[in-house]
Design a protein around this ligand. Structure first.
Ligand SMILES: *Cc1c(COP(=O)(O)O)cnc(C)c1O
Length: 407
């Protein structure tokens, strides 16, 4: 396949990446999503929008984030060199703000007064509440009661940022019920409100918009690496939950002679319910309004999923990833909880960077690959910082003495 005009060709007018993607919506919401698509396709070409987004990225988010060479970690593994794109240094500590600021700016340009979303662990909620505060928009975040109890610091952040956090007490009181509640709200309020999806998933135009807003990560990284080294990396890699940090990081390399690898969470193992490696173990299906690869139970419903990294435990994946795998451009590998924890401690101890457990999956894969390759270079998207994970990690793994050594 020829990738030289890839971005212009995909998705098509119906939001399709090959057979994946699209928009499977209740009748009443079709006009609302069409309105967003139309507005985005107009606004994203306006110089006011582009200039404002640039200013926000520079002055508010602190972009560009640097590319960093992990000298010590690389030396411990052999001669292959590992580099990090430091999205952990983005304001609020992860890549999610890249698309939330874009979604907030779009809401402002469309004259909407309110943005809403669901959140699981609270990371998307905090990023969206940050954008709402910046743009002076009302913000409502739906969150299951079980998650609220587990994620007190993120709930506090959202409230301090001025968002309303609505506890959802139906069903299992977690993410799925929060999604339903947010959709319900959107059905009532789509004239004043945008429902901001938290990854490169959901009905068209969200996989495309979120990708476009994350694209800056890969553009910067490619330029920075080239400037630093005079050539491109042999491999680029990132963790894949819904697929937002990875898609934005990957696409600027899609027409280069560079291997691209997404890393999914293997959790505790291959059994259903123990992992969230949709691409590795899933099949095609439709859920949450789009066609992609998904993990299904015996009845064909979304399967239970698990990962130590709550940002990765989603039973499907963005449709563009499914497409890029089918055409053979991106490969998908897995890293387990144990691999991720090992990488978490090693990157902390040998480079002074405490990574998010999500990002640790990509670091783990890079460490394994570096040993195999023996030479060359790997550029990893470090999607976020690990402060949010410290309590959990210390409770379960202490201070990581047993992960200090390389074997
Ligand atoms: C949410 C999150 C992820 C996973 O989301 P993607 O959409 O797959 O990028 C990865 N890393 C961090 C730090 C996150 O907060």
């Amino acid at each position: 396949m020829d990738f030289s005009r890839y971005l212009k060709q995909y998705p098509d007018a119906d939001g399709r990446f090959g057979k994946y993607g699209g928009a499977y919506l209740p009748e009443q919401l079709i006009p609302a999503f069409k309105e967003i698509t139309h507005a985005y396709q107009t606004i994203c070409h306006s110089s006011d929008f582009i200039n404002e987004l640039r200013r926000i990225r520079k002055e508010f988010q602190g972009r560009p984030t640097p590319v960093y060479h992990c000298k010590t970690l690389s030396r411990k593994l052999g001669s292959c060199q590992i580099y990090l794109k430091r999205e952990d240094l983005n304001h609020t500590g992860a890549h999610k703000l890249n698309h939330c600021m874009g979604e907030g700016l779009l809401a402002q340009f469309m004259g909407k007064k309110r943005i809403i979303a669901e959140t699981g662990a609270g990371q998307h909620g905090v990023a969206l509440a940050t954008a709402a505060a910046f743009f002076g928009l009302d913000c409502t975040i739906y969150m299951g009661e079980v998650d609220i109890a587990k994620q007190a610091p993120n709930v506090a952040r959202m409230k301090i940022l001025g968002a309303e956090v609505v506890p959802v007490s139906t069903g299992l009181k977690t993410l799925k019920e929060a999604v339903d509640a947010a959709f319900e709200d959107y059905l009532q309020n789509y004239e004043t409100t945008i429902y901001c999806i938290g990854s490169a998933v959901g009905p068209h135009p969200f996989p495309m918009m979120v990708r476009d807003f994350q694209y800056v990560v890969g553009v910067e990284a490619r330029e920075q690496f080239q400037e630093m080294m005079g050539f491109l990396p042999d491999v680029v890699t990132a963790c894949v939950g819904g697929g937002s940090n990875s898609i934005g990081f990957f696409l600027p390399f899609v027409n280069d002679p560079v291997d691209i690898v997404g890393v999914e969470p293997l959790g505790r193992g291959k059994e259903m319910g123990d992992h969230a490696a949709s691409m590795s173990y899933g099949t095609e299906g439709v859920m949450h309004g789009f066609d992609s690869i998904m993990l299904k139970d015996a009845e064909g419903n979304p399967a239970p999923v698990y990962s130590i990294a709550s940002g990765l435990d989603y039973p499907s994946v963005g449709p563009e990833h499914a497409f890029l795998r089918d055409v053979g451009r991106v490969k998908y590998e897995v890293a387990s909880d144990e691999d991720a924890v090992d990488a978490f401690f090693k990157l902390s101890r040998y480079e002074g960077i405490i990574p998010a457990l999500e990002s640790s999956h990509a670091v783990a894969y890079a460490m394994k690959l570096a040993k195999q390759m023996g030479t060359g270079s790997i550029l990893v998207n470090l999607s976020g910082r690990g402060d949010k994970d410290l309590d959990y990690v210390i409770d379960h793994y202490g201070y990581g003495e047993k992960y200090a050594d390389f074997d």
